[in-house]
Design a protein around this ligand. Structure first.
Ligand code: FEO
Length: 402
């Protein structure tokens, strides 16, 4: 991505990171990502909204040169995380006249996290405006989307909303505008799951506020610009709402096929009840843990239930399951029901350990089924009963969605 116009005298000047495979050393990014920075050129003043990850500083500076930018009056930081502020020093070195602008939390975090001189930051509050001449930038606070400092900028004259991380996607493309491809929508859902879902209540409010603004374009800090805002807003409204799908996600690990046999039995019985089932093998290849945990977390955006399936290893859950459970616990999904199944050799503390790992999950706990070795007929009966119980509970939910 080089310099791409997205509106009258408004340009995307950030950087593509197409070969980034992992974000935060945690989230798989199979489509890479972008660090968006937006240049807003008014009749009197020029503002740069966000910088880029320090890995891509040279790209940002090159793009600013290509755009013929000789003066930046305001360097606006919507969010302190380094993928948006890590190039601030380089921008200020080239454009020393620029006034850094951010809210109070941005100012404080720039100081504590990046050791930036806080006295250089002009602090803005909710509703404050910066006048660029024929365009005014209005600051709107969106705390916990996903840090306490996140801010949006609204340009009424162009009806463009710069939304910081909110509505972003880890999806790199040379085209600035989001297509309606399933791939791109999936990237947006994965991004929501991993980054925004833990703050679902706040995100719902920010989404409603954005809807009320009726923007012509939403320009997030990652991924393409949404030229049809309804495409992303309607999805956020669904994801942050209370509705769930008739979907059961089954992350599992199996070492000697005992747990796999139990998972297969559950899948058959649950699908016979008309439910959708997704089984996620967390251990089939060295990459499975990261990739399948990412997919599992995305399932949790709207799955009605989760069944965690693990063998016992050294008394507790298989470490891969412990990892997946820890991540699920952190993102606080709206999943309604949860169960644990698995196998063990001679003794197990798996139920106790898993309860501790998933203590943040509000889902109602159903019966645990643990088999000693390969599941016996009695174990299979318990699995069938679990499947029947779960399916009847899901079908009775008042707010099921397609
Ligand atoms: Fe894209 Fe929270 O940084």
């Amino acid at each position: 991505m080089t310099v791409l116009p997205i509106g009258k005298n408004i340009f995307e000047v950030g950087a593509v990171h197409a070969d980034r495979e992992l974000f935060d050393s945690l989230m798989p990014t199979p489509h890479g990502t972008t660090y968006n920075a937006y240049l807003v050129v008014g009749s009197e003043k020029t503002a740069l909204i966000d910088a880029v990850d320090p890995l891509k500083t040279r790209v940002l500076l090159k793009n600013l040169s290509e755009a013929g930018v000789e003066r930046i009056d305001y360097l606006i930081t919507l969010h302190t995380e380094q993928d948006h502020s890590g190039s601030n020093d380089a921008v200020l070195k080239r454009y020393p006249m620029a006034q850094v602008v951010g809210n109070k939390t941005v100012r404080d975090m720039l100081e504590t996290h990046l050791h930036f001189d806080a006295s250089r930051v002009k602090v803005v509050e909710e509703g404050d405006q910066i006048d660029l001449g024929d365009k005014k930038l209005t600051f709107l606070m969106i705390p916990f989307a996903h840090w306490p400092d996140n801010t949006m900028v609204w340009v009424e004259e162009d009806r463009i909303l710069f939304s910081s991380d909110l509505f972003g996607s880890h999806y790199s493309t040379d085209k600035a505008f989001a297509t309606s491809s399933a791939e791109q929508r999936t990237a947006a859902k994965a991004y929501y799951a991993e980054i925004m879902m833990p703050f679902r209540g706040q995100i719902a409010k920010h989404t409603a506020r954005t809807r009320a603004l009726n923007p012509r374009l939403i320009a997030p800090a990652h991924g393409p610009v949404w030229y049809d805002p309804d495409m992303i807003l309607s999805r956020y409204e669904r994801w942050t709402g209370d509705g769930v799908k008739k979907l059961v996600t089954l992350p599992y690990i199996s070492m000697h096929d005992s747990t796999r046999t139990m998972v297969e039995r559950l899948a058959v019985k649950l699908s016979a009840q008309g439910l959708s089932i997704i089984c996620r093998d967390l251990g089939s290849t060295p990459q499975s843990l990261s990739l399948e945990t990412g997919h599992f977390i995305m399932d949790l955006v709207d799955a009605a239930a989760v069944i965690l399936a693990t063998p016992t290893v050294l008394g507790g859950p298989h470490p891969n399951m412990a990892y997946a459970a820890l991540v699920a616990n952190a993102v606080r999904p709206k999943t309604r029901f949860m169960a644990l199944v698995g196998s063990y050799g001679w003794a197990t503390q798996v139920e106790k350990v898993m309860a501790g790992l998933t203590s943040n999950l509000k889902a109602e706990r159903l019966n645990t089924v643990l088999a000693k070795g390969l599941p016996s007929d009695a174990d299979i009966e318990q699995l069938d009963a679990l499947a029947l119980d779960l399916s009847s509970r899901i079908k009775a939910l008042p707010n099921l969605i397609d």
